[in-house]
Design a protein around this ligand. Structure first.
Ligand code: MG
Length: 203
């Protein structure tokens, strides 16, 4: 199982980090050891002093595919979850300045908390899905799939040109604006429409 993540998929988030809005999807990966389930606490690593939350919608791939046409891409996921793409922003910034890969900033252990998955059929309009992250009771990030630069189907079609998607793979679809530092003791709660799916602490 692998995790593929999309960077800069909401224009307002690209702007807040002074990045250009991309013409093609920016992708990176996390290993299976990044997954953190069941709302277990996230233990703040010592190698970073600036771990950021990035709330994202997560797709679970339901069958193997490569070179998937965009018009058929919706057949390749049946469930959606909420996830956090934890990012060591201090490390990422250094690596970006040097043009180096992002793995140390993105792929570390437990850097990908994922909620339970909900069937996509539960939602009336996947192109108008609202989600948000609250930290200590204050809403810090809100997103809506209508603002995606690259749709779920476009992402699946694009990625599968390069990398075979397999059943159980996860796709983190990008974060909206409002990313910020987490601190030990913080309580994170993530909502997909009305459902509170993420509910965990930074330890
Ligand atoms: Mg992200």
């Amino acid at each position: 199982m692998k995790i593929i993540a999309i960077g800069r998929n909401y224009a307002e988030h690209a702007k807040e980090l002074n990045n250009p809005v991309p013409a093609v999807p920016v992708i990176f990966m996390k290993p299976d050891t990044a997954v953190l389930k069941d709302n277990k606490p996230f233990y703040h690593p010592e190698f970073s002093s600036d771990i950021h939350h990035e709330i994202e919608l997560v797709l679970k791939i339901c069958k193997e595919g490569k070179h998937i046409a965009e018009k058929f891409a919706s057949r390749y996921y049946e469930e959606i979850a909420l996830g956090v793409d934890f990012t060591a922003r201090d490390i990422q910034q250094k690596h970006k300045e040097k043009g180096l890969p992002w793995e140390l900033a993105k792929a570390f252990d437990n850097s990908a908390p994922v909620s339970e998955f909900l069937p996509k059929t539960k939602f009336q309009d996947l192109e108008n899905l609202h989600f948000r992250l609250d930290v200590n009771g204050t809403t810090v990030q809100t997103g809506n799939t209508r603002d995606l630069l690259f749709s779920f189907e476009r992402i699946i079609a694009f990625v599968s040109q390069y990398i075979t998607l397999k059943k159980g793979d996860l796709i983190f679809t990008g974060t909206p604006a409002g990313v910020g530092k987490v601190n030990i003791g913080d309580h994170l709660a993530g909502y997909l429409e009305e459902d509170k799916l993420l509910d965990f602490y930074i330890r």
